[in-house]
Design a binder for this molecule. Structure first.
Ligand code: NAD
Length: 286
């Protein structure tokens, strides 16, 4: 069994991340002393350091695992010894396990995390027709998770139409899922939202810097479920307006907590306690 864990998060502007505390608390609860460092490339001491240099340094210093976030989730793939098939299919890795020989294997727990959060928070929700807005880093994970969840028709909209089309095509290439994914322009969004069972926001709209809602909430009714991946803040304007109409809603904490739960299991070989992980996440305040 793992006697201690040395972990880190490599990314840009990650000083406020809640992930270190979730892993350190969970490790302590399993009697596994755990140190989890943020390795923020915007800090002056890492100026000019490449992702490859940081990964090599972590391996040499004996790190047991890393989370990888924006803007490195795709770039890291080419630096790893092995990549889990799901992560390879999506083209995005957020979790790297480093074994005692220094060999690296990449995984994507954003996909499993969104799916687990959805099952827990929107259990039994109709998924014949779903609209997803945003096809960037988080959106790619959400799209593949929705396909794994058995969504029938997935309509993807993004201000960058090519990005939406690319994600729809990539989902369509996966034989094992029966999801029919297609991209639409933003001019078709309201009509699609009006007839969807559910709508997922995977854009940054709703964050302080991007106020508003990704689609006009008057176009859908109370029987439409709404999910948001934004978690700064947890209560976005989109969710608040939808809830006021009587819609079922799912906030961004489900994905954030469950990606950490799945990563902790990969790092430690132990099952994380979902309730405890969630409490740690929420202890930062909404
Ligand atoms: P990103 O920049 O990679 O992608 C955002 C996408 O949204 C882009 O493709 C952009 O063109 C599109 N977009 C922006 N505004 C739009 C609009 N009004 N209409 C349609 N498309 C629009 O960003 P990201 O990394 O995917 O992050 C998106 C949000 O998800 C952020 O708020 C981030 O904090 C959050 N996030 C949450 C979790 C979680 O675990 N809950 C994980 C990752 C990211």
């Amino acid at each position: 069994m793992t006697s201690s864990l040395l972990l880190g998060l490599i990314g840009d502007g990650i000083s406020a991340s809640r992930t270190p505390r979730m892993h350190e608390n969970e490790g302590a609860a399993h009697s596994i002393p755990t140190i989890y460092r943020t390795i923020d490339v915007t800090e002056p001491k890492r100026a000019d350091a490449s992702l490859e240099e940081l990964l090599t340094a972590a391996i040499r210093l004996g790190f047991d695992g890393l989370n990888i976030t924006h803007p490195f989730k795709q770039q890291v793939i080419g630096l790893l010894d092995e990549v889990d098939p799901v992560a390879a299919r999506i083209g995005s890795v957020n979790t790297v396990v480093i074994d005692e020989t220094g060999a690296t294997k990449g995984f994507n727990t954003d996909v499993t995390g969104f799916a687990a959060g959805f099952r827990a928070g929107l259990d039994g929700a109709a998924t014949e027709a779903v609209v997803q807005i945003g096809a960037g880093g988080a959106g790619r994970a959400v799209g593949f998770a929705l396909a794994e969840l058995g969504v029938g028709g997935l309509i993807i909209a993004d201000t960058d139409v090519d990005r939406a089309a690319g994600l729809a095509a990539d989902i369509g290439r996966v034989d094992s899922v029966g999801t029919r994914a297609r991209a639409i322009g933003l001019d078709e969004l309201e009509e699609a939202a009006a007839s969807a069972n559910g709508i997922v926001n995977a854009t940054p709209v709703g964050m302080k810097a991007y106020p508003g809602t990704p689609v006009d909430t008057t176009v859908f009714g109370a029987d439409t479920w709404i999910a948001d991946v934004v978690y700064f803040p947890l209560e976005t304007q989109f969710l608040a307006e939808a809830r006021a109409k009587g819609c079922r809603t799912l906030d961004g904490s489900g994905m954030a907590v469950n990606q950490a739960i799945d990563a902790f299991e990969l790092f430690s070989g132990q099952k994380a306690d979902p309730q405890r992980m969630r409490e740690t996440f929420l202890s930062f305040g909404a």
